[in-house]
Design a protein around this ligand. Sequence first.
Ligand code: SF4
Ligand code: SF4
Length: 436
Amino acid sequence: MAVSAPPRGVETSPLAPDLRPREPQEEPAAERRRAPEGPIKVVHAFWLAGMSCDGCSISATGATNPSVEDLLTGGIAGLPKVILHHPVLSVEVGEEFMHAFEVASEGKLDAPYVCIYEGSIADERIAGATDGYFSAMGDKVVEGTDRPFPTAERLAAMAPGAAAVIAIGTCATWGGIPSAAGNPTGAMSVMDFLGKDYRSALGLPVINVPGCAPIGDNFTETVAAILLFLQGMGPLPEFDELGRPAWLFSETVHRGCTRAGYYEEGTFAHAYGEPECLVEIGCWGPVVNCNIVSRGSQSHMGGCMAVGGPCIGCTMPGFPDKFSPFYKAPPGSAVSSTASRAVGFGIRRLRALTNHRLNREVRWDRLYDGDVPSGWGEVARPGMVDRTAHYFYDKLQFLGAKRPGRDDGRRYHTDLPPRARGMSVPHDVSEPADES
Ligand code: SF4
Ligand code: SF4
């Protein structure tokens, strides 16, 4: 457990949770690892907010596939209905809101529950030294007085009985911005707080859905996959060695980036707003695990590169310190972008040549000697280099393959009339060679 002793001079207070390293928990009994028998009608989801900006809540509520509404209304076939206890979205307030948290903490809830933690976990001993707190939900009685109940302490009480603990967003998964160098709070992630030996009631370590803010669909899809497992309708989804949903975080940003073609051809943006690859203005996409390029930010739209933003590695455990300063190109990109430039210079020109050829109809080449009948502008006819290059290109393209067309040696009229301006149409192309 990555929790150190309190800083020098910091005393613990009655408010501070016990952050001392815990004894490894006993291996859960085999039957506890299995999903409950029979269909589950409801699952409670307790949303705990630590040191967060609420961005994770906002992105989760913007999810569409599935949506939070789908989960809450039981609108997905086979999935249980989710009862969400959320400090902002729930209609209950005060004691009425906190009641279910208390019941779950005492192990008296009559249905399975999951804990979702948003924000990082502060070392409450630091605030406790001055009788304060960093983040809390509800009250607890200390020496006859109602005192704020630190969220971290609440998580510590609820986590052992939870079917799963899901950390949402980079603050909860890896500590995020609140844990950046120089922070005064001792902020840490959920897995740092609960420790390596933590297992949920079903035997699961902490599940991590990172991102700052995370893609809402990544979160709701993960929840749906876990619920399918709880329901006995699906296998336990695959998680990587850091507890990330493997199917969402195994690829790098760069592999799916819409600007990757520019990188390959060695052309780079040097100012925001330019369309090329952003690596020279600070993009870390080639070494970052994130699926925003394929999934978009919300409703399959947007995402960092789509809106011109370089990747600053917000899904990564090393964020933000290992990616700063954000305005500089990553040192490693000097090697790869120089190599791309060297190779891309030639590749780019060859592709431009072929692109010019492919932007002409076959008819324009064969009947009009490359003249393009466009009223929008003059299109250059293929020059000698173009013709020569594509003579050989064409031979290679169909080497050992069949050309499109008919095998009987005859050529047929097309349905298109000859060009209105009267250019003659070669007899041997437009007329049948033999009508008999
Ligand atoms: S913008 Fe970033 S992720 Fe996209 S191609 Fe360039 S380096 Fe790769
Ligand atoms: S592309 Fe980079 S900055 Fe954008 S969401 Fe993914 S990891 Fe974060």
